[in-house]
Design a protein. Structure first.
Length: 304
């Protein structure tokens, strides 16, 4: 019906669609983000929110948020399920298992996902986007627990665990069993900071390096390089959402909530995009070598 030449030219004309933007044809697993996160209260003493909000993005990724009434940081925590391992990034801002039962909550999620018997064959990896107190305080609840490994919080401990051979250059793959996470060192906010790209959902976990809020920068030069490296790393990848560790912006562009607030009634959405990261990279290039504050609609560059 078609000549070889005709078939060839049809295939050729399809090529731009097949390789649109250079993305691979792998279908990403979709999910849903919470419409409304718990966001503290005008009166925390009479607040009835749970200490931890648990939101299934899909059956293989759970997003948790700590109540701002327990700690004003209200950090987000991410739990990825694979076939042989599960990994969580960050353990929250509070040590106490009584006021903030993060280990119990995660254990219940693991049993729910794998079943009681299979849970014993699954390793839980407790890792961190970085080593600040509001991301590691819950670690003590996990130490010594069965089938649980807690990753250290220095850059050398993180490099060693993930097999990052030339920190902060390069990236490493971490296999959860049928699911690869890519780990990219991004120091600058803090020395041991990493970003995590999930090949299954196309989600990027960006910690405190990029979220809708004040991007506190301790090492300006390292941060600029990290954001440039991360931008380059993602250039050929599809990114569905950039999910950070906090929300501090309001729904009014460029306006943040005050530091330490325990009530954010109209806070910015959690997800940012690859375009937000590109904008951050462009702003950092434009600002140059000297640290400067810079207010954008969705984030504030905030050198310390
Ligand atoms: Zn931090
Ligand atoms: Zn933080």
């Amino acid at each position: 019906m078609f000549s070889k030449k005709a078939i060839g030219s049809i295939l050729f004309s399809l090529l731009p669609f097949l390789s649109a933007k250079g993305y691979s044809a792998v279908k990403l697993e979709s999910g849903t983000l919470s419409e409304k996160w718990i966001h503290g209260s005008a009166s925390c003493s009479s607040n009835t929110d749970p200490a931890i909000q648990v939101h299934p993005y899909n059956e293989n990724l759970t997003i948790l948020r700590q109540s701002k009434c327990i700690n004003y940081e209200g950090p987000f925590i991410y739990l990825f399920f694979g076939e042989t391992r599960a990994i969580m990034f960050d353990t929250g801002a509070t040590k106490s298992a009584i006021s903030f039962p993060i280990q119990k909550t995660i254990e219940e999620l693991l049993v729910q996902h794998y079943g009681v018997a299979e849970r014993a064959n699954i390793q839980l990896v407790v890792a961190h986007t970085h080593g600040h107190g509001d991301h590691v305080a819950g670690d003590t609840q996990f130490k010594g627990k069965a089938n649980t490994i807690v990753v250290g919080i220095t850059a050398s401990a993180v490099s060693k665990f993930f097999g990052l051979k030339s920190w902060p250059e390069g990236s490493a793959e971490f296999d959860l069993g049928g699911r690869i996470l890519q780990i990219v060192p991004i120091p600058g906010h803090e020395d041991s900071h990493i970003a995590v790209y999930d090949q299954q959902t196309g989600i990027l976990i960006s910690g405190d390096t990029l979220y809708p809020g004040r991007l506190y920068i301790r090492d300006w030069a390292a941060y600029r390089k990290s954001v440039a490296r991360l931008t380059a790393f993602l250039a050929d990848k599809e990114v569905t959402h950039v999910l950070g560790a906090h929300i501090e912006m309001s729904t009014t562009p460029g306006v943040d909530y005050p530091v330490g607030t325990t009530y954010q009634p109209s806070e910015h959405d959690l997800p940012l995009t690859k375009e937000t990261l590109d904008l951050l990279n462009t702003r950092l290039l434009d600002l140059g070598a000297l640290p400067q504050e810079d207010i954008q609609d969705d984030f504030i560059i905030y050198p310390l």
